[in-house]
Design a protein around this ligand. Structure first.
Ligand SMILES: Nc1ncnc2c1ncn2[C@@H]1O[C@H](COP(=O)(O)OP(=O)(O)OP(=O)(O)O)[C@@H](O)[C@H]1O
Ligand code: SF4
Ligand SMILES: [Mg+2]
Length: 422
């Protein structure tokens, strides 16, 4: 097998969070946003690899880490086998010539005070003019640079180039601005383009055309793309292989066709069901599983998807805070809250890993333990079978869960899935 163009191994990117905010959230302790938490993938030369997932799952953080805008906490990034994980200044300059980022917002990528022609010319002055042999030479004259920019504008469909050269970003449409950005990126002849939601901010009417344009460029210049999107329909259109991300991890990765035809991970299934289907006779419910995406400061134990997973097993990672979430949900009903009053309020409960507890003070803890047992049993889900015991220690009621089964990525029918169902 040939060496991949890009290889990412067990990448972790954590951000420290401001203590005041954290203390309110967790009551102290070590607090970091687990933005990317052990991600591995590789991209072959000429491939379009997609990273797909809901907002906050870590897609942009991966993109920024690849181009050196964010530092990896651990793991490795290899470009043609060369370690580019934590480049020094010189290394960074070279990384930026080979890996280029196209952002979601072309407006933010372009200075409002500079004509779009100058924006591209500036890059050519800094990095030189790419030659056919793959090296770079410094331009002899400004006329040579202007001619090179015209060539690039022509390539990205900004025609006639002389008309666009002196325009300011504000005078162009979103699609035209994104073409300028693409031109500036191409001016460097990058080997890998990381496109982070490149059409998400464009008008609906030009999105499809822009995607086609990016694919045309790919074919013409033999490019390789890392394509980031939250939209599975877009990914299906452009990607050869995709990785589905959930809360800082890739939960399913493989050929796009295989995954679309038969998704294996419950999260992928949920995402695919949420794609609107144009044919009304085949309309599916546009709902993702219950609940919000949990906070990346304190990701769920075991499988991160377990609090929302419709197929969850007793071994998937049930823990103290899941009991508290259950009580909270239940006591939203005033009637239940009144009937079960002796066990509340929610704020009096505390979660610590596999344990949930409440000090009952002068209330009988045995009565509350029995009530909690009933509530968990009535919930009917896999959580009930994950409880190790519900006990009383002094005046405190304690609910303790069994440790989850370790999650290991597994090869399943032509793709890799991280799920205990397999
Ligand atoms: N500089 C930062 N400091 C602290 N937390 C951050 C920082 N950058 C990102 N995060 C957090 O890291 C997590 C991942 O963010 P990221 O922007 O990578 O997600 P994303 O998948 O690109 O989301 P979206 O689809 O909304 O663009 C989020 O919880 C986010 O709040
Ligand atoms: S391991 Fe699989 S079944 Fe268990 S919660 Fe996660 S996605 Fe659902
Ligand atoms: Mg993003």
């Amino acid at each position: 097998m040939t060496e991949p163009l890009l290889e990412v191994r067990d990448l972790k990117v954590y951000f420290s969070v401001y203590r005041g905010f954290v203390q309110r959230l967790l009551g102290g302790g070590d607090a970091k946003v687990h933005a990317v938490d052990g991600v591995s993938f590789s991209i072959a030369q000429g491939e379009v690899f997609g990273l797909v997932g809901e907002s906050g799952c870590g897609k942009t953080t991966i993109a920024k880490t690849l181009v050196g805008l964010v530092r990896a906490s651990s793991g490795k990034i290899l470009f043609r086998g060369e370690d580019v994980t934590r480049p020094d200044r010189k290394g960074l300059f070279r990384v930026r010539e080979r890996i280029q980022l196209i952002y979601q917002d072309p407006q933010a990528a372009l200075s409002p005070a500079m004509t779009v022609g100058e924006a591209v010319a500036d890059v050519l002055r800094a990095h030189g003019l790419p030659t056919d042999k793959g090296d770079r030479v410094h331009a002899e004259s400004e006329a040579e640079i202007r001619a090179a920019v015209y060539g690039i504008f022509d390539d990205v469909g900004l025609r006639p180039p002389a008309f666009y050269y002196d325009k300011y970003p504000d005078e162009l449409s979103g699609g035209q601005k994104q073409r300028v950005v693409a031109g500036r990126v191409l001016g460097l002849r990058p080997q890998l383009i990381v496109a982070d939601e490149p059409v998400a901010m464009l008008d609906m009417s030009v999105r499809a055309r822009m995607l086609e344009f990016l694919m045309e460029l790919k074919a013409r210049h033999h490019l390789t793309y890392l394509f980031i999107t939250h939209d599975l329909a877009t990914a299906k259109f452009v990607c050869d292989r995709i990785g589905i991300m959930y809360l800082g991890r890739i939960v399913e990765v493989g050929p796009a066709r295989t995954i679309y035809a038969d998704p294996k991970h419950p999260y992928t299934r949920a995402l695919l069901q949420a794609i609107p289907i144009p044919d009304p006779s085949r309309r599916s419910a546009k709902v993702l599983p219950k609940g919000e995406v949990p906070n990346a400061v304190w990701p769920p134990g075991g499988c991160r998807f377990h609090p929302r997973c419709p197929s969850a097993l007793p071994t998937c990672g049930w823990e103290g805070r899941d009991v508290i979430a259950l009580l909270e949900e239940r006591w939203l009903s005033i009637e239940l809250a009144a009937r079960e009053g002796i066990a509340g309020p929610i704020e009096a409960w505390e979660a610590d890993g596999l344990i949930a507890r409440r000090d009952m003070g002068t209330t009988d803890p045995h009565a509350v333990a029995a009530l909690i047992r009933t509530i968990i049993d009535q919930s009917g889900g896999p959580m009930a079978q994950a409880v190790r015991d519900i006990r009383v220690e002094g005046t405190t009621v304690i609910v303790e869960f069994r440790a989850p089964e370790p999650l290991v990525p597994k090869e399943v029918e032509g793709r890799v899935v991280e799920c205990l169902l397999y």
